[in-house]
Design a protein around this ligand. Structure first.
Ligand SMILES: C[S@@+](CC[C@H](N)C(=O)[O-])C[C@H]1O[C@@H](n2cnc3c(N)ncnc32)[C@H](O)[C@@H]1O
Length: 208
């Protein structure tokens, strides 16, 4: 039998992230999460934001683990995972179409994904926001970033080395590059929040 996956990082960061999501998603109805991972964030945020429908997504390989977490909750505002693979443009556009046929997705959330995927997929991530997310939607992106090409801590520098040792295309992104892509996707930065453990939470609104 499969063991339920567990991320200690999610346990550590979920409360400070929730504090900000509660404000940013105050008028939000339907959130799409990209790269739900274990599913812990989805479970916790949906429990604490009961007026929001939380749609989980990830590569198919992570669906069984997310489902084990969802099996244990009785709130009905968190949705079973759908497949979103940023490497597969057809899957993304079909998935957005299917989702949008049911409800308007008015927010997007992702944590610790942009340093895992390659830069070309980071570009696709913002392209899919540009093409599919409706005006005035909010976007929240959590993770570590570099500023003016510099790591913000020694632990982030070591983390980047570790990331690149397992996948040369991964790595901590420069905030300036992320903000440039976000702007071209029609996103306006609301705030760049300082978070524990040298992470950031970027909040945006789609204005065009
Ligand atoms: C470090 S985990 C973060 C998981 C979770 N959001 C968290 O904060 O713990 C990175 C996530 O990105 C997902 N991922 C990797 N490649 C992807 C791709 N091509 N498209 C969509 N998600 C991808 C992984 O499956 C994984 O869930």
């Amino acid at each position: 039998m499969m063991t339920k996956p567990f991320s200690q990082a999610c346990e550590n960061n979920k409360k400070p992230i929730l504090t900000i999501l509660s404000e940013v998603f105050a008028n939000t109805n339907h959130v799409l999460e990209i790269g739900s991972g274990t599913g812990q964030h989805a479970v916790y945020f949906s429990q604490h934001l009961p007026n929001i429908t939380w749609q989980t997504s990830d590569l198919l390989i992570n669906h069984p683990g997310i489902n084990l977490w969802l099996d244990e909750v009785d709130n009905n505002n968190v949705r079973r995972p759908i497949e979103i693979d940023l490497a597969n443009s057809t899957v993304i556009s079909n998935t957005w179409k299917q989702l949008s046929a049911k409800q308007t997705i008015d927010a997007l959330y992702t944590a610790n994904t942009l340093h895992i995927i390659s830069w070309s997929l980071v570009v696709k991530f913002f392209e899919s926001i540009s093409q599919n997310l409706s005006l005035n939607s909010h976007v929240c992106i959590y993770g570590p970033f570099n500023y003016q090409g510099n790591f913000t801590s020694e632990s982030n520098a070591n983390f980047d080395l570790w990331l690149k040792s397992r996948d040369v295309n991964s790595g901590i992104r420069n905030i300036e590059d992320i903000l440039a892509l976000a702007e071209s996707a029609g996103l306006k930065l609301i705030e760049d929040h300082t978070m524990p453990a040298n992470n950031r939470l970027l909040t945006f609104i789609k204005h065009s």
